[in-house]
Design a protein around this ligand. Structure first.
Ligand code: PGA
Length: 280
């Protein structure tokens, strides 16, 4: 499996111009060989998504003329783009349209060019109190619109220190598995990524040891394959203070299929250096 290298831009950057410049830097001709060796994705702010999709479509040689959002989604589903596009959040209330001020639906994300969505990120859990029921609805809405899902799990520092990591993650994963259909197609199974992100490692510069990450990833894989035999090769990526200096150690760890990168994905050279570490 080619490694997944995913940039979660969070509430950055300040302007569309800077977002577009970042895409142009990533898609420079001399980076394309590297991009073709991994599965790279960016997850911009929802408000930047459509323009970022246009920028990718204009620069992507694999995409011919047509509506840029549709082209990007088609290419992502066919799995041949150099740069995939995801959204940071979707409405729990409706996958389509409705009177839900401030919300953005799975269908709207897809219409803007996203083929993937983040669900269960610790910042959503922490600041927006997203719990089991809301996450289940978001998962169902994403899957009903055929969006791939990056489902985030991870323990807090207190839970880590009391040795509860696996118990916490197992409970969080139950939200994902209970939302999946009993008959899971291979195509759908390939579009579920679990991101292990210890809450205490996000944006802090602190990281677990490579052995700890490896053990946790292998346990997550066991839980997923145990849940459904259709999931033969679960994708589990690590997130939390991944940077150009520490990426290589995670890249070599058993069970680590890629990285979910926050801060270090906002500069093309740093993000590409992480990709380089994963393709070696
Ligand atoms: P970080 O964020 O790389 O800045 O720690 C990771 C994430 O929140 O996905």
């Amino acid at each position: 499996m080619k490694p997944w290298v995913i940039g979660n831009w969070k509430q950055n950057p300040k302007s569309i111009k800077v977002a577009q410049a970042l895409i142009s830097d990533l898609l420079r001709t001399d980076n394309r060989s590297l991009l073709s060796q991994c599965q790279m994705m960016v997850i911009p702010s929802t408000v930047h998504l459509a323009k970022v999709a246009d920028t990718i479509a204009n620069l992507e040689p694999n995409l011919s003329h047509g509506d840029s959002a549709t082209l990007i989604v088609k290419a992502a589903v066919a799995d041949n783009p150099l740069l995939r596009l995801g959204g940071q959040d979707i409405s729990a209330l409706s996958a389509q349209v409705g009177a839900y001020t401030g919300d953005c639906s799975a269908a709207q994300l897809k219409d803007c060019g996203a083929a993937w969505v983040l669900i269960g990120h610790s910042e959503r859990r922490q600041y927006y109190n997203e719990e089991e029921k809301v996450l289940q609805k978001k998962l169902q809405n994403a899957l009903s619109e055929q969006l791939g899902v990056i489902f985030c799990v991870g323990e807090t520092e207190t839970q880590y220190e009391s040795g509860d990591t696996l118990a916490v993650i197992t409970k969080q994963l139950e939200v994902l598995t209970s939302s999946l259909p009993n008959e899971l197609s291979q195509d759908l199974a390939n579009r579920i990524i679990v991101a292990y992100e210890p809450v205490w490692a996000i944006g802090t510069g602190k990281v677990p040891t490579v052995e700890e990450v490896s053990t946790t990833h292998l346990a997550i894989k066991d839980l997923l394959t145990g849940f459904n035999s259709q999931i033969t090769d679960p994708i589990v990526i690590y997130g939390g203070s991944v940077n150009a200096d520490n990426a290589a150690q995670f890249a070599q760890a058993k069970g680590v299929d890629g990285a979910l990168v926050g801060g270090a994905s906002l500069k093309a050279d740093k993000f590409l250096a992480i990709a380089q570490a994963f393709v070696k």
